[in-house]
Design a protein around this ligand. Structure first.
Ligand SMILES: *[C@@H]1O[C@H](CO)[C@@H](O)[C@H](O)[C@H]1NC(C)=O
Ligand SMILES: *[C@@H]1O[C@H](CO)[C@@H](O)[C@H](O)[C@H]1NC(C)=O
Ligand SMILES: *[C@@H]1O[C@H](CO)[C@@H](O)[C@H](O)[C@H]1NC(C)=O
Ligand SMILES: *[C@@H]1O[C@H](CO)[C@@H](O)[C@H](O)[C@H]1NC(C)=O
Ligand SMILES: *[C@@H]1O[C@H](CO)[C@@H](O)[C@H](O)[C@H]1NC(C)=O
Length: 307
């Protein structure tokens, strides 16, 4: 009797060990927590017995309704209610009642309970599945030339830090799907630090990247030069406008009468000339300068225009 019980225990531990090795899911001691990376496949094992009468997987996801997968040995029949097609038996359930989740998504997070009815009794195993989303690590230099480390859309939030940091500020932004973006900005950054290295720790894997932001000085130099040139050109433009404005005004006023007294008939022209007003105006200026000249010649010496 005792030997049989021992063997049973030994068999059970071996079985659990084998299943854990096969599934490659991380199992926290004291709590059936398993985690899977989004997009991967995950398998959840069930206590196997010979001569299983019935197996049921009861799945209650965090969001959405529950679903079940069942198998009855006497009828050699499986059934499913509400379970998405991504969840299925890994093998023929009378051989292996392991559940397989293909293309794990955040919506799959929740509790998974396997219930086995066997001649030896009923067994059940519950898992809490956590879905990990690996954050995207990016580094960039902000407008002031400070390095910024960004771990975007990770689940759970990533831990990021700068190597040899003197001072940095952290900010966090949560997203609707449960992922978190974390930013860490290196402040008090001296430009003679050649490289700043950011380390990201995350259950889905650690990562590090480096960046050099020594361009900040030349960048701001070019910015200042650009701003100065911009203002100089505006001042020049305004000076030109001011210089020419009184002249054109005077010319226009002086030359209006000769322009409006042409030799050709005005009735015919008004309709056709309308779209070409600018053209006509230019013509008038030339006319005007010509008439200016002629007027000037006819004027007495003292009234001669300055031009
Ligand atoms: C999963 O089980 C835990 C306790 O084991 C419970 O606190 C939690 O609410 C359950 N979650 C769902 C989605 O049923
Ligand atoms: C149960 O049915 C499957 C096919 O649906 C078959 O492959 C398997 O051998 C059957 N098992 C038993 C014990 O009859
Ligand atoms: C299946 O889902 C529908 C709607 O989501 C729900 O009303 C129903 O109770 C579910 N069935 C089972 C067996 O959980
Ligand atoms: C930056 O360079 C100067 C001289 O080149 C040095 O005195 C200073 O300690 C350096 N700062 C850092 C943080 O390395
Ligand atoms: C990631 O780094 C942390 C410490 O920052 C360490 O505890 C953990 O084991 C590392 N994980 C991996 C997968 O290397």
């Amino acid at each position: 009797m005792k030997a049989g019980a021992d063997m049973k225990i030994a068999g059970k531990t071996v079985c659990v060990f084998v299943l854990l090795t096969i599934t490659k899911v991380t199992r926290t001691v004291g709590n059936n927590s398993v985690s899977a990376t989004v997009g991967s496949s995950s398998v959840l094992t069930c206590p196997t017995r010979s001569n299983i009468a019935m197996v049921t997987w009861k799945i209650s996801p965090k969001d959405g309704g529950p679903c079940t997968l069942g198998y009855r040995a006497d009828q050699n029949k499986t059934d499913r209610t509400n379970c998405s097609s991504s969840m299925n038996w890994k093998d023929i359930p009378d051989r292996d009642p392991t559940l397989e989740i293909r293309q794990v998504g955040i919506a799959h997070e929740g509790n998974y309970t396997c219930e086995v009815v066997a001649p030896e009794g009923n067994f059940h195993e519950t898992y809490h599945l956590t879905v990990l989303v690996p954050p995207r690590l990016t580094l960039y230099c902000d407008d002031h030339g400070n390095p910024v480390c960004k771990a975007a859309a990770g689940k759970p939030a990533a831990q990021i830090s700068w190597v040899l940091e003197s001072n940095s500020t952290r900010s966090e932004e949560g997203h609707d799907n449960g992922t978190v973006t974390v930013l860490r900005k290196f402040t008090a950054y001296s430009t003679n630090v050649s490289n700043a290295t950011c380390i990201m720790s995350h259950p889905s894997g650690n990562q590090s990247k480096s960046i050099a932001c020594h361009l900040s000085r030349t960048k701001s130099f070019f910015l200042y030069v650009f701003i100065i040139l911009f203002f100089l050109s505006i001042i020049t433009f305004m000076a030109v406008v001011y210089y020419f404005k009184p002249h054109s005004d005077r010319l226009c006023h002086k030359n209006k009468p000769p322009a409006t007294a042409p030799t050709d008939s005005p009735q015919d022209d008004t309709m056709e000339v309308e779209p070409y007003t600018t053209y006509v105006q230019k013509e008038n200026v030339i006319y005007n300068s010509v008439s200016d000249l002629t007027v000037g010649q006819n004027l007495p010496q003292g009234l001669l225009p300055a031009t």
